[in-house]
Design a protein. Structure first.
Lengths: 115, 114
């Protein structure tokens, strides 16, 4: 079945540092890939997505590229801020029949950014 | 637009009891999915409802059941609660049949089973 493996946390960075959170996946066919963010006490918010190979999703300075050859979708940001402190989830949505809106999530990576 | 709303926000139950969680989808959405997020884990898909029927189900026992009403709102019922059912339960909604439709999540119901 589908699965997502993402970098174990927690990750602690200083403000303006470079961020990478690794994510790899296993799925049949051509899944869509997502990064969600969860701030304390809140639900999940879509951060960015990519729906086909070599697509780059980007939002709020974050970006991730859909790499089919390495089955990866690593999240990057050039300069993190304290307000980026949150839990980040990599997820996929399979494209086989009947699974159009079912998301499979990784375990999440807690990011803490210190001033 | 109120987005996806869930109630209650917090709930405490004891083992063996039954619980009902409620979800109102975002305006214009007709499909509701439920996810269980255990502490320190990613959300896991429980099931999805569309046109008042369960359309997909994840790897959860029959103790987990649901319902969708004509106004598209939904309930998640869990019977014979176990300690391991303690988790954040998330509801998500979308419009059926729209390519690459974005999924909207509620803030969740935190269930504690003692």
């Amino acid at each position: 079945g589908d699965s997502v493996t993402q970098m174990e946390g927690p990750v602690t960075l200083s403000e303006e540092a470079f961020l990478t959170i690794n994510c790899t996946y296993t799925a049949t066919g051509y899944p869509s890939l997502f990064w969600y963010v969860q701030y304390p006490g809140e639900g999940l918010q879509l951060l960015l997505k990519a729906t086909k190979a070599d697509d780059k999703g980007s939002n709020k300075g974050f970006e991730a590229t859909y790499r089919k050859e390495t089955t990866s979708f690593h999240l990057e940001k050039g300069s993190v801020q304290v307000s980026d402190s949150a839990v980040y989830f990599c997820a996929l949505r399979g494209n086989s029949g009947g699974s159009n809106y079912k998301l499979t999530f990784g375990k999440g990576t807690l990011l803490t950014v210190n001033p | 637009d109120a987005g996806v709303t869930q109630s209650p926000t917090h709930l405490i139950k004891t083992r063996g009891q039954q619980v009902t969680l409620r979800c109102s989808p975002k305006s214009g959405h007709d499909t509701v999915s439920w996810y269980q997020q255990a502490l320190g884990q990613g959300p896991q898909f429980i099931f999805q409802y569309y046109e008042e029927e369960e359309r997909q189900r994840g790897n959860f026992p029959d103790r987990f059941s649901g319902h969708q009403f004509p106004n598209y709102s939904s309930e998640l019922n869990v019977n014979a609660l176990l300690l391991g059912d303690s988790a954040l339960y998330l509801c998500a909604s979308n419009r059926q049949g729209v390519t690459n439709e974005k999924l909207f999540f509620g803030s969740g119901t935190q269930l504690s089973v003692l």
